[in-house]
Each structure stands twice: as structure tokens, then as C-alpha cells.
Write a protein that binds this ligand. Structure first.
Ligand code: PXP
Length: 235
């Protein structure tokens, strides 16, 4: 299991003052020295954190980029030009604080199939960010995704409440079924230094994409240490 570091919130902090600090490229350089799978960045339609230029700057550092994006033409065009290592299609609502639920793949199967076809043609791996739900997994397979990323938000909230078994079992079941039908499985959202150890009990998970918790810890101990501590926990 490898760590994908989501650096969106370094950009959030930078954008708070509209200047250049903290420098996203410097953050990327620090992260890339560690044993991580790559960097995850979400180019939102409202550009509330990273901007197009950040993607190109960070690609130029040789980073493996996992680009989170809504299934809209504007961002697809950027993905086709940037050629990240992978894209992860996420639902996007402008007023949400963060990605609040999984993508409803089954309701837009034909749209998504057409949407991801040119992305796959460019050799970019495609992941779909979905809830732990069999119908969504089957629809993801149908549209041609290489990966699913299981939304761990409900599990993380349940963990905070102290009663997470149901959500955890759903993740396990979903992961196992997805692998059985030939999908690779990642997970992310709301994972932190307290709950992440449980991901090791889900066989076959490949990547964990984690942002908020790492950036929060970095405020106290530095970005390098925060990444190292997380890697240690998922090894
Ligand atoms: N994976 C996806 C698809 C996401 O949208 C997010 C949030 O941007 C994450 C992982 C990371 O979530 P968190 O910041 O809670 O670690």
C-alpha cells in the first residue's frame, strides 16, 4: 500500500493571501523525496486551491500526478494536454466544503464511458471516486475504469463516533468485489493518523490518497515529518 499525498491545502493556504507562500513547488519537492506513490491535486472548477499552472509546474518536477477532476469538458481538455499519470473522476458541487459523496456512476454510465475514452486513449489511468456500493462498482467496470477509489468519508466519520464496524465491513466487501471483477482499488477521504491503520486490514488496497490530515500535522512538525509518520503507519 502506497501513499498519495494530496497537496491541495498547501494551495488553499497560499491562496488565502493571494501571494506565493507557501510555495507549492517546494512542498512537492519535499514530498517527492519520500517513499510516496505520487501527488494528488484536485483542479476544481472554481479553482479554490490549485490552478492550472500548479499542475504544469509540478509535472515539470517529474512528479507522478493523480489529477482529481469533475467530469466536465473544460477540465478534460486540461487533462488531455497535461497527461497526468492518472485522473480520478469525482463529483463536484460548488458549495461543498470538500468532496462529500462518491460519484454516481450508474446514473451516468454512457456519459462517463464517452468522457473517459479519450483520456484512456492518451494512456492516462482512470479512477472513479465512489462509495462502497456494488452497483457503483459494476458501473465503474462497465464504463472502463482501471481503478476505483473508495470514499472513506463515512468510515472516517463513523470512526470518530467510535462505532465504525458497519462502514469498515462495507469497504472490505466493496474492495474485495471490485478486485474480483478486475478493478484496482485505492481509498481516500478523511483518513488520518488515528484511523489509517485499519486500511491495512483491507486486502489488496493499492494507494491511499490523504491530504487534510497530513497538511494539518505539518503545521506542527513540518511537511517531511508529517509524510514520514503517515508512511510509517501504512507500511
Ligand atoms: N480522495 C479524493 C477523491 C478526494 O476528493 C479527497 C479530498 O480532496 C481526498 C482523497 C483526500 O481527502 P482528505 O483531504 O480528507 O485526506
Amino acid at each position: 500500500m502506497r501513499l498519495g499525498v494530496n497537496i491541495d491545502h498547501i494551495a488553499t493556504l497560499r491562496n488565502a493571501r493571494g501571494g506565493i507562500e507557501p510555495d507549492l513547488k517546494e512542498a512537492a519537492k519535499i514530498a517527492l523525496k519520500e517513499d510516496i506513490f505520487g501527488l494528488t491535486m484536485h483542479l476544481r472548477e472554481d479553482r479554490r486551491h490549485i490552478k492550472e499552472k500548479d499542475l504544469y509546474d509540478i509535472k515539470a518536477l517529474g512528479a507522478k500526478i493523480n489529477l482529481e477532476m469533475a467530469a466536465v469538458d473544460e477540465i478534460q481538455k486540461i487533462a488531455l494536454d497535461l497527461i497526468p499519470n492518472s485522473v480520478c473522476v469525482v463529483p463536484e458541487r460548488r458549495l461543498e466544503v470538500t468532496t462529500e459523496g462518491g460519484l454516481d456512476v450508474s446514473i451516468q454510465k454512457e456519459h462517463l464511458k464517452n468522457f473517459i475514452a479519450p483520456i484512456k486513449q492518451k494512456g492516462i489511468l482512470v479512477s472513479l471516486f465512489i462509495d462502497a456500493n456494488i452497483e457503483q462498482i459494476e458501473a465503474s467496470k462497465y464504463v472502463g475504469a482501471d481503478y476505483i477509489e473508495l470514499h472513506t468519508g463515512s468510515f472516517s466519520n463513523a470512526f470518530l463516533r467510535g462505532d465504525y464496524q458497519k462502514e469498515f465491513d462495507e469497504l472490505k466487501k466493496a474492495s474485495s468485489y471490485a478486485q474480483k471483477i478486475g478493478l484496482k482499488v485505492n481509498a481516500g477521504h478523511g483518513l488520518n493518523y488515528q484511523n489509517v491503520y485499519l486500511m491495512k486490514e483491507i486486502p489488496g488496497l493499492l494507494e491511499l490518497n490523504i491530504g487534510h490530515s497530513i497538511i494539518s500535522r505539518a503545521v506542527f512538525c513540518g511537511f517531511q515529518d508529517a509524510i514520514r509518520q503517515m508512511i510509517e503507519l501504512i507500511k
